[in-house]
Design a binder for this molecule. Sequence first.
Ligand code: T5A
Length: 205
Amino acid sequence: MFISFEGLDGSGKTTQANLLVETLRERHHEIDFIREPGGTEISERIREILLDKKHLGMNEITELLLFSAARAQLVFQMIQPALNERRFVVCDRYVDSTTAYQGYGRGLHLDAVRAINAAATFGVMPDVTFLIDISVEEIIERRKKSGTPMDRMESSGNTFYERVRSGYLAMAHEEPQRFVVVDGAQSIEVIKKIIWEEVLNRSQR
Ligand code: T5A
């Protein structure tokens, strides 16, 4: 089973992906847990370029192709082999991040983004995608509390993040079978329970 987590930076998706992996491991499932961009040596090097604040002048097309290049290597080297062995794959971000951030957020043509996505994933798509939905105001609050410095992507401004959020919600509306939208303003424990019940339900189908 291939499970992905999506949402704005700071939405709590990494927290939830970790909790799900922990629960699955307690039940002795074999899992590959991956974060995007990254997960392979080549993809991690591309990640450094993408998030480095020195690269504020990066062109949107360069950005799109770099995220996609990192993903193509990841699918080829890790995700597809794991799925072939019928392992669980949990991904902290996947191709929907590209549609949301580079397509809706940066305003690149959605058909072009989708064509590149199809090539970079070799058509491999998650069985279920949890979209942890939270307002831009809430992520700003969380960022202030944590005091972590912003990376290049996080320096893109609030209107950018509003477009990304609307994009995610539009995608979830288009694919209601795959997306599960979870209100990220709820407590960590409540969200964990919703996700676990959904995974159990789907794995028994
Ligand atoms: N990107 C990525 C693209 O533009 N295109 C792409 O194709 C891809 C793959 C990656 C960046 O790249 C962009 C998106 C991103 O900008 P990253 O460093 O990997 O950047 O970071 P993110 O994926 O954005 O993840 P973060 O770690 O920043 O945030 P998370 O995972 O959303 O949030 P998490 O779980 O770390 O939680 C953030 C804080 O909130 C608290 C946590 O304790 C933590 O302090 N929290 C809660 N607080 C209250 N209530 C809850 N329910 C909470 N859940 C968590």
